[in-house]
Ligand binder design. Structure first.
Ligand code: URA
Length: 433
């Protein structure tokens, strides 16, 4: 078999057989196939596409390229939840304890944030002492004993995807539905859950900007999951505005704790309960209505908050943060970003808000950047809110005073204030299974 022939076949729009996909992935990972040939094939795939079978084969081969987590020592149906990435999306910190409190074991491997989107691991690491780097035995023992563990992805989980993603990133081949779906699902399959609930974001802060593309991505991931024997469903949710009000690591943890205390923002609570209910349903806990009721009850009776406390304790974090938010530490500089006219906020480009927060220190510009956990943006007003000139729209928190002007300029060009009070679009746009 020759890489040249595989590139030519896909370039001319033909279907690749499994052996050809395997030859490509094995050869690229071992270094026998050079970057320039892998790039040529990626571009041919980007233009010509992959069908369902090719996408599932690519996913499975990438999932098999490294370690696979064996969750068979944990009893019950193991359900994973994955968000395609957003701004202010701290749902895992709420959903995982809720699901675990309702008796569904959650063994979650998560990633760090990059670019304008945050990562669960960075948020958890803002809790003093919290360890996310766990050996597999410790990770599994925690799930067996307290029903919940959240750890950073091991370096060897779907390494083929890691290598290929880095190449896609520099060859303008990221934004293809088959490639995104196989990339995400290869890690989910290797993580070992029986059932997967996907939160596919749509809008200005998401990978997929339109509803139609988000549905297509969700359906492709569901097809992959089902064809590989995992019960998979997806919510399509709005990312034209950030979730909750906090964007930045420790501020987001505080907002998640507040939500588990029954005091958080209503959009965060609504989506978290919906995702948790879908996870409970995936684990066979009953009808949708019954699962919503169970998820709500775990917040009202405090059992989900208790589960988060157990998680923090188990992974060596300081559990006093639950009642004393000052332990997180505060930024040296706080800046009030104000409205420059009267009207209604018609839109705030969510990706720009994520970038502004990153510039203040909350995110990584490249993979070696160091995060300032207390930095970020707290929104006082969101899209659809009425504002008067001089009202505080957002508060910036940072330890780097110089970043404030830059962040303010980004917000200047990403907020539109109009005279019209626009119709709010629903947070949860669709459920697909
Ligand atoms: N997230 C991933 O893991 N892979 C992609 O290709 C895009 C988003």
């Amino acid at each position: 078999m020759r890489m040249y022939d595989i590139i030519e076949k896909k370039r001319d729009g033909h279907e690749l057989i499994i052996d050809e996909i395997k030859f490509f992935i094995d050869g690229y990972c071992s270094g026998n196939i050079p970057d320039y040939q892998a790039s040529a094939l990626l571009m041919a795939i980007f233009i010509r596409g992959l069908n369902k079978r090719e996408t599932a084969d690519l996913t499975n081969i990438m999932a098999d390229s490294g370690d696979k987590v064996d969750l068979s020592s944990i009893s019950g149906v193991k359900v994973d939840k994955h968000s395609t990435g957003g701004v202010g999306d701290k749902t895992t910190l709420v959903v995982a304890p809720v699901a675990a409190a309702c008796g569904v074991p959650v063994a979650k491997m998560s990633g760090k944030g990059l670019g304008h989107t945050g990562g669960t691991i960075d948020k958890l690491e803002s809790i003093p002492g919290f360890r996310t780097s766990l050996g597999i035995d410790e990770f599994l023992a925690n799930v067996r004993e307290i029903g919940l563990s959240i750890a950073s992805q091991t370096g060897n989980l779907a390494p083929a995807d890691k290598k290929l993603y880095a190449l896609r990133d520099v060859t303008a081949t990221v934004n293809n539905i088959s490639l995104i779906a196989s990339s995400i699902m290869s890690k989910k399959i290797a993580s070992g859950a029986d059932s997967i609930v996907l939160d596919v974001k749509t809008g200005s802060g998401a990978f997929m900007k339109t509803f139609e593309d988000s549905v297509a991505l969700a359906k492709t991931m569901i097809d992959i999951g089902e064809s590989l024997g995992r019960r998979t469903s997806a919510l399509i949710t709005d990312m034209d505005l950030p979730l909750g009000n906090a964007v930045g690591n420790s501020m987001e943890v505080i907002e998640a704790i507040d939500t588990l205390k029954g005091k958080g923002p209503s959009d965060l609570r609504k989506l978290s309960v919906e995702l948790a209910a879908r996870m409970l349903q995936g684990a066979g806990k009953g009808s949708y209505d019954r699962c919503v009721e169970m998820a709500e009850k775990s917040i009202i009776d405090g059992s989900a908050l208790k589960k988060l406390t157990e998680l923090i304790e188990r992974q060596n974090g300081n559990t006093n943060v639950i009642d004393d938010y000052s332990i997180f530490g505060e930024s040296k500089h706080v800046y009030e970003y104000k409205a420059n006219c009267d009207g209604y906020i018609a839109s705030i480009r969510t990706d720009s808000l994520g970038i502004a927060s990153m510039i203040l220190g909350a995110g990584r510009e490249n993979k070696d950047s160091i995060i300032d956990y207390s930095a970020g943006i707290m929104l006082e007003k969101k899209t659809y809110d009425k504002v008067s000139k001089g009202d505080v729209v957002a508060r910036f928190y940072t330890n780097n005073k110089k970043s404030i002007d830059n962040a303010a300029q980004i917000l200047d060009s990403s907020i539109t204030i109009s005279n019209d009070n626009l119709q709010m679009r629903p947070l949860i746009l669709a459920y697909i299974d």
